[in-house]
Write a new protein. Structure first.
Length: 121
């Protein structure tokens, strides 16, 4: 499941929260994504460990992206946290924006020729 899809699906499960993956039955954008894939309980064991899990589930979080507000460049994971907590975007807005990043990555991967190993008998 793509990160944007997980955020969108998780946003339907609980109200939005800020500053924490899960608190008082609310989730931030990442909390919603983890909830959608059944990993919310595992992701909140350590405040820092959630990014390790996010990278494993959605490697795109390490991509450098431009902020849709300021144009500054940061990692997608950091940008999602900022849009949720500081800029107070809805999770649906964040999911829509993340989907544009995923589409760019998909388009780039289509343009890059894939080298295939020869089939050995």
């Amino acid at each position: 499941m793509k990160l944007s899809e997980a955020i969108r699906l998780g946003a339907m499960l609980k109200p939005q929260g800020r500053e924490h993956l899960r608190r008082d039955n609310r989730t931030c954008a990442f909390g919603a994504a983890f909830d959608a894939v059944g990993e919310l309980a595992n992701s909140v064991i350590g405040e820092r460990s959630f990014m390790v899990m996010a990278r494993a589930l959605w490697p795109i979080v390490d991509n450098e992206v431009k902020c849709p507000i300021t144009g500054t460049t940061r990692h997608l994971g950091s940008m999602i946290l900022s849009l949720n907590d500081e800029d107070e975007w809805t999770r649906e807005q964040i999911a829509d924006w993340v989907a544009t990043i995923e589409a760019q990555q998909d388009a780039t991967s289509l343009d890059t020729p894939q080298i295939q190993e020869p089939v050995r008998a």
